[in-house]
Design a protein around this ligand. Structure first.
Ligand SMILES: NC(=O)c1ccc[n+]([C@@H]2O[C@H](COP(=O)([O-])OP(=O)(O)OC[C@H]3O[C@@H](n4cnc5c(N)ncnc54)[C@H](O)[C@@H]3O)[C@@H](O)[C@H]2O)c1
Length: 271
């Protein structure tokens, strides 16, 4: 490609996702729903993939009433911790929309469990969804993208806890999210020659309904305020703050960004 080409590309083209097809896992709630909403707004056709079919249907209904109904499809009953389910999701996406350009590995769980009493099953479940799920999804997506030879973008939702553990009782979660950061670098190196960029996004606490439920026993809204007070920007990110960064990552604006983890921390980890 002409090295100067990006300088001549109009900004409106760099931020448009028209003609692109995206999959967002964990799109039925929280951060995933916000990501899907921004991608549809930018013109992408999006598959909402989640275990929770009812939740994904509700997000799809809201997006369809705000946009062209043909922009959205629901990949209900998708389990990111199953490689078969991930391969089927890619096949369904191509069947439905004809191609695959953007893959967002967002689905994740964050149950608390102290190390001393953590069972093997508790450890493995979190690793299965948060880390193995990113591997299964990325491999399935990359096979389709490499086969089509038109490049693509994979974004993995990690966590700032991969860099600084925020609380105890999350060893399995922290390990899984640190693994996602390493996997992102490895995949960026391996897939770069195919024109596929791979990035991760690492937020601090985002007060989604499920994150707030987790904080119930630790002060709930007060815990959120206490976290916000420690952030240089004096607030915690909302789901849409993460969605905007994911949008940047998949857009032409980030055409030369790969392998990086973009912190969405309001400056917290700089101190
Ligand atoms: N909320 C936070 O404070 C925070 C902070 C840093 C990182 N993150 C990460 O952001 C992502 C989204 O977090 P959130 O707060 O929006 O979570 P959430 O619980 O609101 O939503 C997660 C979604 O993933 C789906 N899901 C769970 N297991 C699945 C599976 N096996 N297969 C398919 N879908 C599955 C759930 O049904 C749900 O819709 C997660 O990866 C999380 O670790 C969240």
């Amino acid at each position: 490609m002409d090295e100067q080409e990006p300088c001549r590309t109009p900004l409106s083209e760099l931020v448009s996702l028209a003609g692109r097809v995206a999959v967002v896992t964990g799109a039925a709630h929280g951060v995933g729903a916000a990501i899907a909403t921004r991608l549809v707004e930018a013109g992408a056709r999006v598959v909402l993939a989640d275990l929770d079919v009812t939740g994904a249907d509700a997000v799809a209904a809201a997006l369809c009433s705000a946009h062209d109904g043909e922009m959205v499809a629901v990949g209900g009953g998708v389990d990111v911790s199953s490689s078969t389910s991930m391969a089927a999701l890619v096949a369904r996406t191509v069947e439905c929309f004809g191609r695959l350009d953007i893959w967002v590995n967002n689905a994740g769980v964050y149950p608390r469990a102290g190390l001393l009493s953590m069972t093997d099953d508790q450890w493995l479940k979190v690793l299965d969804i948060n880390l193995n799920g990113v591997f299964y999804g990325s491999r399935a997506a990359a096979n389709e993208m490499v086969g089509r030879s038109e490049g693509g973008v994979i974004v993995n939702v990690s966590s700032a806890s991969a860099f600084r553990a925020p609380a105890s009782d999350l060893a399995h979660y922290v390990a899984s999210k640190a693994g996602v950061v390493g996997l992102t670098r490895a995949l960026a190196t391996e897939l770069g020659p195919h024109g596929i960029r791979v990035l991760s996004v690492a937020p601090i606490l985002v007060p989604t309904a499920n994150a707030l439920a987790l904080l119930e026993g630790q002060g709930g809204a007060d815990a959120v305020s206490a976290t916000a007070a420690r952030v240089p920007l004096r607030r915690v990110p909302q789901a849409d703050d993460i969605a905007r960064v994911v949008f940047f990552a998949v857009s032409g604006l980030a055409g030369m960004v790969s392998g990086s983890t973009l912190l969405v921390d309001g400056g917290q980890l700089s101190g």
